[in-house]
Structures are given as structure tokens and as C-alpha cells.
Design a protein around this ligand. Structure first.
Ligand code: M6R
Length: 610
């Protein structure tokens, strides 16, 4: 999704801005642009449709000078991807603006600004911001109060940076519903939508809060809250790393991230387990007090993160003895829900910035939950900062748009939560010990599973000419089937659906024929025999099956069924293990189909608009 980088410095900043945009590329975008102003007030704007490289090449061919600048990668919401819709947008050749988010009342603002004589050069919602600021400047005579007055007229979400060519000594930034972080340098300061963009120039960051407006000059940062009062926001030293620069031996980030999973899971477990259980501090200060009171859990998330919440429901109710609901964030936030007594709200997110999930958390704060916990991969993200407790997955930066290692480490987080809550809900010491031991053996089981990569690559050939696929699972493997289907459609563009296998005879059996591959996840658990009956239902109707099964599950390959044997694992953790072959299958099918694996069409890594 859109990315922002800005700088106020003495040196030329174009290269810093371009490098920042490169580091935000993984978020997904369709065009990019930069505007730089020098001390004489000469402003140069360059925009390109396509990749940041196109922009960088244009600037290399005709270098631009200036110490104050703003830059943007755009993921189209209003107006097609094109150069004229790319940011920065200008008002009267004076005010330049970049913006993340959506201005919901843009149509009415556009109408009144047009009536006041402003000319619109793009189809974007963003352009109204620049014109509003220019209009307010006529009254307020200074950029800071002009921006403060302009943003009060905006409805929707914005992270925005505004530059006035007449005053190159500063930029004004404003945040509401879309993250912005100020990077503190020595004699220079920066702004970005994600700290990763600024790691080459600083490690000291101030995270702006909702409603903040800030003035950034080379030597100062002044922040005002939503009421206009001057406020101090604490600076943090970042330990974030940007390990995305190098794909190593791998052809794509996604493949690298799939293969990193044993290591990431190990990292996520490290130092958090005792001999028999999980250490409560793993979830943050005050977790033990809160967990003792929890009788119900409400999980809210989107996409792949939602699937991990669905697995967690089976675990929390089946093992920890805590009742649990799971809901898609974009639904939860717009309906009146009943809050069970003694409920804990859990959000799950790789990025920690997903607009719907964040809105759900904010809504839940007024609904009477005991408290909130987020399971998240990005330290300092909005969800982490705004939740009472946080479990940090230690997956490292995930660059591929298709979530892989973030998902499996989220499941590890939930596995630890099962242990933590189970302890307060009568789980025996023996059970805690059994589960802890199983969890510790997980990384090596994942390693063994990845050794199947070659045979899964062969299997992928059989999907290349298919247009549809069906994924089946039962119990806690049903969400894994859903995740497998999401991965396949996301990166190979093959239409895929997932069903709880017991549901087949209620409709989807009608779809079965030799052209519809059926992928089954079949660990050796208490539902195996039931699942085998469902497999027979498919075979009887001429379906072609691809079964990922426990070596002891006694499936055998024949002309209508290909069986891939997975290592034996404690049934509790099978959802994590069985995710890996489905990720690999999607990856290899996408390779055969020649799609853009790391940045699939129309998708963004971090979905910061609703
Ligand atoms: O950053 P989040 O985990 O909150 O993102 C939620 C979804 O947008 C994300 O999981 C999406 O579904 C992935 N592209 C799936 O691979």
C-alpha cells in the first residue's frame, strides 16, 4: 500500500528519498514520485508509473537538487494507476503533498474547491488536501496553522506530508488513521510511513499519535495533538533490521521466507518457555494478572492473520478450556457485538497497521473488554502501541506480499497462549509438560518438511493448466485448507476454495470432475477416519486428489491420488507443519504460471486503508 518518505536536510535528499521508497516497495504500489525544493525555492517534481526503478532512472538521467523533499509510492484507490494520479500533488505550483489513506469526503471538498477556483489535475482524493492547505494559507499566512485548519475538514484516514516551496526550511506532517514516524538525525530530520524506510539515516524515532500535527525543520521537531496543544512524544531507539536487501540463494522473497520458518519459529520460542510451561512475561507486563481473569477470547484479524485466529479457536476451546469467537475485522468493526463477561480482545497482524484491525481494536476499547492483546510482527507498530499486551512474533521483516513466516509464527504465539491460559484453567502439569516438549521439537519437524520442496515442485506441474482448485481439511486443519486456498489464488491467480471436508456433500461435490484438483490436509488425528470417508466421496466421483498426510495415515498413491508423506508430529501442532507444503505448492504453481510472486497484481503488503 502507499508509502511516504520525507526529509529536511542541508545535503541533497533525492537519493535518501529514493532509497526510502525502495525499502517500502514490498508494500505494493503502482506508481512513484518525488518533489524536492532547494534553498532558493526552486521545486522539482518527478513522477513515474511503474516501479521505483523507473523513477530512480529518471532522476539519475536528470539529477535534482534540494535539501527538503517528499516522496511517495501510490497504490491506487481513487483514479487509475497513472503518472498524473501519482503523488506528490501540487496546488498552484506552491504546495506539494503526499498522502496515505482515503479522504472520504473528497467529492464534496472537490466541489467547493472547484467553486472557489481551484483546478484539479488528477482523479485522486489526495489533491483536495493540497488545495485546502493553499486556501487556508490565504487566511493563516503560515503553513502550520493552515495545515491544522485544513485537516479539521478532512473525513477519513490520512498520513500526509506537506511542503511549501516558499518556505523550504520545513515540512508539516499530520496523522489520523495512517501511521507516520519521525526520524531524528543530526542537523537533519526525516518522516516516513514506516521506520524501515529511514534506517540508513537514523535509528531514533518518534511515533506520531492519532490527530498529531508536527512541524519538522532541520534542527527541530514540534508536535501538536488533536486539540492543537504542544506535546512531547518520547523518542525510541530502534532495533529494527532491514534484512530484505538480499534474497540470498533464493529466487524470490517468498521462497526465502518459506525456508526461514524453522529459524523464525525457533526465534519466536527462544527464552519464552520453561521446562513445563510458558513464561507469562512473554505477553508483556501485567499478563499474568489479566490472564487469570480471562473466561472468553474474542479474536479479530484480516486475511491470513484471520486464518491463524481460526486455528486458535480450536486450540483455545479444545485445549485451554476458554471459549472463543473469531471475526474478520472489517465485519466486527461495523456491527453491534455482544461482549461476553471477562473477555480478552486479541488482534493478530503481521504489519500491525492493517486499518480494519486497528479500527476494531479502537472500537473494542469502548466496549468493556478486560483488556487487549496483539500478536504482531512489527515492533512499534500502531497495534503494538495501542494494545495493553503484545506478543511479538520474531519472524523478521516479511517482504513477500503473500504471508508465510508471519502466519506460522502467529500460530506459535497462539500455541504459547494456549499454555498460558490453560495453566489458569485447570490444565494439568503433565499436559503442560507434554505440550511444551512438543512445541520445542517443532523447528526440527519444519526443517524435515521443507525437504519435500522438490517433490512438491514436481506436483505443481499438474496444476499449471487448471483454473480452479478445492482445498479440504477438518477440525483445526480446515483453516489451514483456507490458508492454502488463499495462497494459491493470491500468487498463481487460480481460483481456489476451501471447505470443511464434512460439508462436501452439502453442495461442493457437484463441482468434482477430473479438471478440479482436490488438495487434502490429512494429519493423523482423531478426525482422520472421517476425513478418509470424505476422500472416498471425491474418488467415487472421478476427482483427482493430492493428499498431504502423516506417514502413518495409510494413504497410498494410485492413478487418482498423489500422496505426499509428512513427518509425524504431535496432532496439536499439525496445523503449523501442514501449512508449509501448501505454501510451497502455491509458490511452484506461480513460478510455472510466471506471475509476480512477491508483488502479485492488485495486492498490497500492508493494507492501511479500509
Ligand atoms: O498485516 P496483517 O497481518 O494485518 O495483514 C492482513 C492481511 O492483509 C494479510 O494477511 C493478507 O491476507 C496476506 N497478503 C495474505 O497472504
Amino acid at each position: 500500500m502507499c508509502g511516504i518518505v520525507g526529509a529536511v536536510a542541508q545535503r541533497d535528499v533525492a537519493e535518501i528519498l529514493i532509497e526510502g521508497l525502495r525499502r517500502l516497495e514490498y508494500r505494493g504500489y503502482d506508481s512513484a514520485g518525488v518533489a524536492v525544493v532547494n534553498s532558493q525555492g526552486e521545486l522539482t517534481r518527478v513522477r513515474r508509473l511503474g516501479k521505483v526503478k523507473e523513477l530512480a532512472d529518471a532522476i539519475a538521467a536528470e539529477p535534482i537538487q534540494g535539501g527538503t523533499g517528499i516522496a511517495h509510492t501510490r497504490w491506487a484507490t481513487h483514479g487509475e494507476p497513472s503518472e498524473r494520479n501519482a503523488h506528490p500533488h501540487m496546488s498552484k505550483d506552491k504546495i506539494a503533498v503526499v498522502h496515505n489513506g482515503i479522504i472520504e469526503n473528497h467529492a464534496s471538498l472537490r466541489e467547493s474547491l472547484q467553486a472557489a477556483g481551484y483546478r484539479f489535475d488528477s482523479d485522486t482524493d489526495t489533491e483536495v488536501i493540497g488545495h485546502l492547505v493553499e486556501q487556508e494559507l490565504l487566511t493563516h499566512k503560515d503553513l502550520l496553522p493552515a495545515v491544522q485548519a485544513a485537516v479539521t475538514q478532512l473525513e477519513g484516514a490520512y498520513g500526509t506530508v506537506i511542503l511549501d516551496r516558499a518556505d523550504p526550511s520545513r515540512v508539516i506532517v499530520a496523522r489520523s488513521g495512517s501511521p507516520l514516524v519521525i526520524g531524528l538525525g543530526i542537523g537533519e530530520n526525516f518522516i516516513a510511513s514506516d521506520q524501515l524506510a529511514l534506517l540508513p539515516v537514523t535509528r531514533r524515532f518518534i511515533f506520531l499519535e492519532e490527530g498529531d500535527v508536527a512541524e519538522i525543520t532541520r534542527k527541530s521537531v514540534s508536535i501538536y495533538d488533536k486539540n492543537g496543544a504542544a506535546v512531547e512524544r518520547e523518542a525510541h531507539e530502534s532495533t529494527a533490521t532491514y534484512d530484505a536487501g538480499d534474497k540470498g540463494q533464493y529466487r524470490h522473497y517468498m521462497l526465502k521466507e518459506i525456508h526461514e520458518q524453522p529459524y523464525c519459529v525457533n526465534n519466536t520460542l527462544e527464552g519464552r518457555l520453561s521446562e513445563t510451561s510458558v513464561l507469562d512475561e512473554t505477553f508483556g507486563n501485567g499478563a499474568a494478572e489479566l490472564f487469570q481473569k480471562v473466561k472468553h477470547v474474542q479474536i479479530v484479524a484480516c486475511g491470513t492473520s484471520y486464518h491463524s485466529g481460526m486455528v486458535a479457536r480450536y486450540w483455545l476451546e479444545g485445549i485451554a478450556g476458554v471459549s472463543c469467537n473469531v471475526e474478520i475485522a472489517s465485519e466486527f468493526r461495523y456491527r453491534k457485538s455482544y461482549v461476553q463477561p471477562d473477555s480478552l480482545l486479541i488482534t493478530i497482524s503481521q504489519s500491525g497497521e492493517t486499518a480494519d484491525t486497528l479500527a476494531a481494536l479502537r472500537l473494542a476499547k469502548s466496549l468493556g473488554y478486560l483488556g487487549s492483546l496483539t500478536i504482531c510482527n512489527v515492533a512499534g507498530s500502531s497495534l503494538v502501541r495501542e494494545s495493553d499486551l503484545a506478543f511479538m512474533t520474531r519472524a523478521g521483516a516479511e517482504i513477500g506480499v503473500a504471508s508465510t513466516k508471519a502466519f506460522t509464527t502467529q500460530l506459535v504465539g497462539f500455541a504459547m497462549l494456549v499454555l498460558a491460559l490453560g495453566k489458569y484453567n485447570g490444565m494439568s502439569i503433565e499436559k503442560q509438560q507434554e505440550l511444551t516438549t512438543a512445541l520445542k521439537s517443532l523447528p526440527s519437524k519444519l526443517e524435515q518438511t521443507l525437504e519435500l520442496a522438490e517433490s512438491i515442485e514436481d506436483l505443481a506441474e499438474e496444476f499449471a493448466d487448471k483454473h480452479n482448485a478445492l482445498f479440504l481439511g477438518r477440525g483445526d486443519q480446515y483453516p489451514i485448507a483456507m490458508e492454502g486456498a488463499l495462497k494459491l489464488k493470491e500468487i498463481s491467480y487460480i481460483h481456489a476454495e476451501a471447505y470443511a471436508a464434512g460439508e462436501l456433500k452439502h453442495g461442493p461435490l457437484a463441482l468434482i470432475d477430473a479438471d478440479m484438483p482436490i488438495i487434502v490436509v490429512a494429519p493423523n488425528n482423531e478426525l482422520l477416519e472421517k476425513l478418509k470417508s470424505n476422500v472416498e466421496e471425491v474418488r467415487a466421483r472421478g476427482g483427482i486428489l493430492f493428499v498431504f498426510a502423516d506417514a502413518d495415515a495409510h494413504f497410498s498413491s494410485d492413478e487418482t491420488m498423489r500422496v505426499i508423506s509428512l513427518p509425524h508430529i504431535h496432532p496439536w501442532l499439525a496445523p503449523i507443519l501442514y501449512t508449509l507444503p501448501l505454501q510451497l505448492l502455491s509458490y511452484y504453481v506461480a513460478i510455472i504460471k510466471g506471475t509476480d510472486v512477491d508483488q502479485p497484481r492488485n495486492l498490497a503488503k500492508s493494507v492501511t486503508v479500509e
